[in-house]
Design a protein around this ligand. Structure first.
Ligand SMILES: C[S@@+](CC[C@H](N)C(=O)[O-])C[C@H]1O[C@@H](n2cnc3c(N)ncnc32)[C@H](O)[C@@H]1O
Length: 398
């Protein structure tokens, strides 16, 4: 490998692919091209790793082991009223585009100032969505995923065990969010808001990392929801310490709110970029930071069987708020089953999602149209009698 100059193999691959921009080439074809060009064999394993390293930034995987230059596709992905992005979406529906890729790599290849808001629910253990852990989840046993106890005869959705993260995994998590923030920032227009689902055990690390990446902390949205986290008695000593819980039963979920710094005042930024503030619910009601919610309804789980599915009633409220003038493009870089994108579609916004796992990307392609079509006023929220306006608040009409 030391025989080649830095970048020589990558440039050779690009040269080979540029000969047939539409069809691209297989690994075998690239291997033969490079052998001819360099006068010596470049092992197919090296070609594969260069392709993987630079996909989707420079190269695009077409399936069946074929690749082509990502640039060759960039113009295809957008309708006239959509922002042009690099790469080819695996799915389009209405104003929604979904890309199957690693979001950090994807973001690194996108044009600056193209996204106007982010609403996302990222992976937290950073291991729970690796292929090995997903295989365990899909096989129904072990690993990071646990099935919460059933207390009412209903089977609960699996939850990742965040408390098992070691201190080095927590450091990795902070580094991951710092890198995510730094890669995301240039792609956002000034004043774009970023809303990130977290949980009370790790939200401080995410907040610190996004702050360090140059975002301004703008608050925290409290999603009121009774979760299955915490509240358990000490392990293997339930009877001995029957009056003790190890941690509080969690009745809320933090959604961190950040903003890329504005250019000038909020009013100037709104005029130039359409961002900088949050869309009001109505003339009388600003968007608030406590939202009554409920676990995702079984109806929605049937449409989108993802272990971290978030409910439409909640997502439609936050997605609507993220574009202050209702104009621009919302991104979910960890799209899962596409619930954020479905919410954007339901409120009439352009949206873009990125999902790494091909099975979830397929699921999103099936789920987005179904979730987006759910009516707004369906009783997706169990109404707390103290806040009867919760049902009204899921209307997206403002
Ligand atoms: C917490 S889930 C999001 C679920 C989503 N809120 C829903 O309602 O379906 C996080 C998703 O991010 C995906 N993911 C993990 N790492 C990723 C990466 N580097 N790039 C893109 N997606 C990733 C996982 O496969 C998973 O589907």
């Amino acid at each position: 490998m030391g025989r080649f100059q830095p970048g020589q193999i990558r440039d050779g691959i690009a040269e080979c692919l540029s000969r047939n921009p539409g069809e691209g080439a297989s690994i075998g074809e690239i291997e033969r091209y490079l052998e001819e060009a360099f006068g010596e064999v470049v092992p197919s394993s090296s070609i594969r790793s260069y392709l993987q390293l630079n996909t989707p930034g420079k190269f695009e995987r077409l399936g069946r082991g074929r690749y082509r230059l990502a640039d060759a596709l960039s113009e295809e992905s957008a309708e006239p009223d959509q922002v042009k992005l690099k790469g080819k979406p695996v799915f389009k529906h209405g104003k929604t585009r979904l890309f199957q890729a690693d979001s950090l790599e994807w973001l690194a290849s996108q044009p600056e100032n193209s996204i106007h808001g982010v609403v996302t629910d990222p992976p937290y253990g950073l291991v729970e969505y690796t292929p090995m852990e997903l295989a365990k989840l899909r096989a129904g046993r072990g690993g990071t995923w646990r099935i919460p106890p059933s207390f009412d005869g209903h089977t609960r959705a699996p939850l990742p065990r965040f408390t098992t993260l070691s201190s080095s995994e927590l450091d990795d998590l902070e580094r991951f969010f710092r890198r995510f923030g730094e890669t995301l920032k240039p792609v956002l227009v000034p004043g774009a808001h970023v809303m990130v689902a977290a949980n009370p055990l790790v939200s401080h690390l995410v907040s610190y990392a996004l702050d360090a990446a140059g975002f301004e902390r703008r608050g925290e949205i409290v999603r009121l929801v009774t979760t299955m986290r915490g509240g358990d008695r000490p392990k293997n000593a339930h009877e001995e310490f029957s009056d003790v819980s190890v941690m509080p039963r969690s009745n809320w979920e933090p959604w961190l709110l950040f903003r890329k710094p504005t250019e000038g005042t909020v009013a100037q930024n709104l005029r130039k970029w359409g961002t900088g503030g949050l869309r009001r619910i109505s003339a009388e009601r600003p968007f608030g930071d406590v939202i009554q919610s409920a676990p995702t309804h079984a109806k929605e789980r049937k449409l989108a069987n993802h272990p971290s599915l978030k409910p439409q009633a909640f997502l439609r409220q936050v997605v609507r708020a993220i574009l202050p003038l209702g104009e621009g493009t919302v991104l979910d870089p960890f799209a899962g089953s596409g619930s954020t994108l479905a919410a954007a579609e339901a409120v009439g916004y352009q949206s873009v999602g990125v999902e790494l796992d091909p099975t979830y990307a397929d699921l999103a392609a099936r789920s987005i149209p179904l979730l987006a079509a759910l009516p707004d006023r369906v009783r997706l929220v169990e109404v707390d009698p103290v806040t009867p306006e919760a049902v009204d608040s899921i209307s997206v009409e403002g």
